[in-house]
Design a protein around this ligand. Structure first.
Ligand SMILES: [Cu+2]
Length: 116
């Protein structure tokens, strides 16, 4: 009997959770993606690319920490898609490796361990 109650409680909670998510289609979320960006040029490149990325409201790279903060619409995109988008600009995104072609196109100073 106790088990049944526990299952019911879990079921109710997960149902409410889904409803809350469905309601907030206009609400934005923020994620922080650790990138391999090096300098101001990287910042511009990433932020420009993300200005056209689907579901992105705003984005900002902190050059010092290389952390890319992205405000996005969870109804339009996912953190995974955003990470992949970062790799396509040529940078690592958390545990994902940069797209090789895009990375090779970056100026030397923007590649990892680049000199300034
Ligand atoms: Cu750079």
């Amino acid at each position: 009997m106790k088990n049944l109650i526990a299952i019911l409680v879990v079921a109710i909670f997960s149902v409410t959770g889904t409803t809350v998510k469905a309601q907030s289609s206009r609400e934005t979320k923020k994620i922080e993606i650790k990138t391999s960006a090096q300098c101001e040029m990287c910042k511009e490149r990433l932020e420009k690319a993300f200005a056209y990325e689907k579901g992105v409201k705003s984005s900002e790279l902190d050059v010092k920490t290389a952390v890319f903060t992205v405000e996005y619409l969870p109804s339009k995109t996912t953190p995974e898609k955003l990470q992949v988008a970062v790799t396509k600009v040529g940078y690592d995104a958390d545990s994902l490796k940069a797209d090789e072609k895009a990375y090779n196109k970056l100026p030397n100073c923007c590649q990892k361990g680049g000199m300034h």
